[in-house]
Design a protein around this ligand. Structure first.
Ligand code: GLN
Length: 484
């Protein structure tokens, strides 16, 4: 079962070849066997998942209509609410916080009969690129257990890559779906800003955050996006458009792909060679490749870390020790409640970002940092718009390296540079996908990223499918997890 897509799992269930209970037991067994050594999960819903499976078997027995995700086990990043379950954001602050309602994303999947099987590990409050800032334990990369799975949706990516679940949800503020997908050799998609409701996703940078799927292949990306891409009245930034259907393509005829060669000139040799091979593959599928100027992208990291920390500092102000999560027990004054709860509840990276965000928003520095960064954000958006006058999609690598060893990046700036190829899609609200494109000499996955204009989510996924089929890397499973 681990070698087939979520779509095929559903088909097998609907056709009566396998029961929902068998599917769920199969994945639960894999989770029990491999979950601990990976550190991918924060919670496993064994009983509830089996109860849902039983319900679906009865439904099928009675020939009642089955949802589009019937009997597909799904794991959810721990910053997305499932009613009645803990949403910890991998933070000590929320270690006792139970979600009072379900996110729209979870509700939509539940309405299509998905089986929620687990919550996944992540960087604390989604701040990080390695899943090492989790307050509980780090997560490991299925291709090399000494390496990071990337972050912040590292638990979701590792779980799918090790085939412990067929699909997982992640969130992408600056690359947190795509970079872990790249490191783990799977598919990760960040939709156009506003395509997927943020209702019930714990906010990090509200003008950047998007929920996105991590899957083993683009057909499953399409399956899940048809369901997630719904307008939602509970999210004021949700796009008010009818859901689209994701017809896939097997060639790139008539497609023009722009490559910002100048921006990519310092790529590491192996990454550059791999990218070149992917470009040749796209050419052989019929795409025309052109050179585009995206030089403003060099300001992406600085702009993103000013604006996202500014938004994070205000979003996280709600964690005051009173309304959510932990409260420092020995507080004597109200100030103590705020200060000591935050001192105790937040990890180092989160504190750093709150301080940075508060600084760039402070009255003396707002013009120099926050306002200036807003202007550069507009320039980046315009730079992309100009590029999309000449091409349909843009290609670049997802990450500048393959997965790095755990604890190997200590310099925060180096960690922030991890996001160099991903953050600008968030700054400009663009849909972007990461696809497996091969392996480096140590057998660690490398990835290709395709970025589209706003609202062109379907084009991104449909041509990604053409590449995936031709390149053939999506069905590779790490040798450490390719047993039952
Ligand atoms: N790595 C980036 C950061 O640390 C992106 C995180 C994300 O997308 N949630 O902010």
């Amino acid at each position: 079962m681990k070698a087939i897509s979520a779509l095929q799992i559903r088909e097998a269930f609907v056709l009566g070849k396998v029961s929902a209970q068998e599917i769920t037991e199969y994945f639960l067994k894999r989770i029990q066997k491999h979950g601990k050594k990976l550190g991918a999960f924060l919670e496993i819903f064994e009983e509830k998942a089996l109860a849902k499976a039983k319900e679906l078997d009865i439904k099928r027995g009675k020939k009642q209509p089955l949802g589009k995700l019937a009997a597909i086990p799904i794991a959810v990043k721990d910053n997305i609410h499932i009613q009645g379950e803990r949403t910890s954001c991998a933070s000590k602050f929320l270690a006792n916080y139970i979600a009072p309602f379900s996110s729209t994303a979870v509700r939509l999947l539940a309405e299509e009969d998905a089986i929620f099987i687990a919550k996944t590990n992540m960087d604390e409050f989604a701040m990080g690129s390695s899943t090492e800032t989790s307050a509980f334990f780090p997560c490991r990369n299925p291709w090399n257990l000494n390496c990071s799975p990337g972050g912040s949706s590292g638990g979701s990516a590792a779980a799918v890559a090790a085939r412990l679940v067929p699909i997982a949800l992640g969130s992408d503020t600056g690359g947190s779906v795509r970079q872990p997908a790249a490191f783990c050799g799977i598919v990760g998609f960040k939709p156009t800003y506003g395509r997927v409701s943020r209702y019930g996703l714990v906010a990090f940078g509200s003008s950047f955050d998007q929920i996105g799927p991590l899957t083993t292949n683009t057909m499953d990306t399409a399956l899940i996006m048809e369901i997630l891409g719904h307008p939602c009245q509970k999210d004021a930034t949700s796009i008010d458009l009818i859901p689209e259907s994701y017809h896939l393509r097997e060639d790139c005829k008539g497609l023009t792909i722009g490559v910002p060669w100048n921006f990519l000139k310092e790529l590491q040799t192996e990454v550059a060679q791999n990218f070149q091979t992917a470009i040749e593959q796209l050419k052989s599928l019929g795409a025309t490749i052109i050179d585009i100027d995206l030089d403003f992208l060099k300001y992406g990291i600085a702009t993103y870390y000013i604006l996202s920390t500014a938004e994070a500092s205000t979003n996280l102000a709600r964690f005051d020790g009173i309304r959510y999560g932990i409260r420092y027990r020995d507080s004597k004054t109200l100030e103590d409640v705020y200060d000591l709860s935050r001192e105790e509840g937040f990890g180092k990276e989160v504190k750093k970002r709150i301080m940075l965000g508060t600084y760039v928003l402070s009255s003396g520095f707002k013009d120099a940092y926050y306002k200036k960064a807003q202007k550069v954000r507009t320039l980046i958006l315009k730079n992309y718009e100009q590029a999309f006058e000449k091409c349909d999609l843009i290609a670049m690598p997802t990450a500048s390296t393959s997965a790095f060893a755990l604890s190997s990046i200590q310099d925060p700036l180096q960690m922030y540079l991890q996001d160099i190829f991903t953050v600008t899609a968030n700054l400009a609200g663009l849909p972007a996908i990461s696809l497996p494109s091969g392996f480096d000499k140590d057998n660690k996955p490398l990835a290709l990223q395709l970025i589209g204009p706003q609202m062109h989510d379907v084009n991104v996924v449909q041509y990604a499918h053409a590449y995936e089929k031709a390149a053939g890397f999506s069905n590779h499973i790490s040798p450490f997890f390719n047993n039952e």
